[in-house]
Ligand binder design. Structure first.
Ligand SMILES: [Fe+2]
Ligand SMILES: [Fe+2]
Length: 137
């Protein structure tokens, strides 16, 4: 279940956030392909760590934009990010324990791909309304 980026579907209108979202889609899709093609444990671990680092940097940046714009979902967004990072740490642990297997792949699909899609649609996209209603000065 690869993630497919579409501006009209996912763009918030904030270039920095959209670039990071596009990048996270690329990293997640690369992780799924790596799992599918049976890349080495070390390579997959590296990909998981790169994705986690990217997520941490992105969350910080996006939360800054939401605070600046007084976005109505900024607290919900922060909580959702914390929740994701906890789930991702559990996933990382699962991979350390069991390695690449169908259960791990389906957990990545649900807790990373599924979460990203739902989170962008329900929360991050509120930025679209916040930017269009923001005072341009
Ligand atoms: Fe977010
Ligand atoms: Fe985001």
């Amino acid at each position: 279940m690869a993630l497919v980026w579409k501006d009209e579907k996912y763009a918030t209108g904030i270039q920095e956030v959209d670039d990071q979202h596009r990048e996270v889609f690329v990293l997640v899709n690369e992780l799924l392909s790596a799992l599918e093609s049976g890349e080495s444990r070390q390579k997959i671990t590296e990909r998981l760590d790169i994705l986690a680092d990217h997520a941490v940097r992105h969350f910080e940046c996006e939360e800054g934009h939401m605070d600046r714009l007084q976005c109505p979902v900024r607290v919900t967004n922060k909580c959702a990010h914390e929740c994701f990072l906890r789930d991702f740490a559990d996933l990382r642990e699962l991979f350390d324990e069991q390695g690449n297997n169908p259960r791990f792949v389906s957990e990545v699909e649900e807790k990373v791909c599924g979460w990203l899609h739902k989170h962008l649609m329900a929360i991050d996209l509120v930025l679209r309304r916040s930017t269009s209603s923001a005072d341009p000065s």
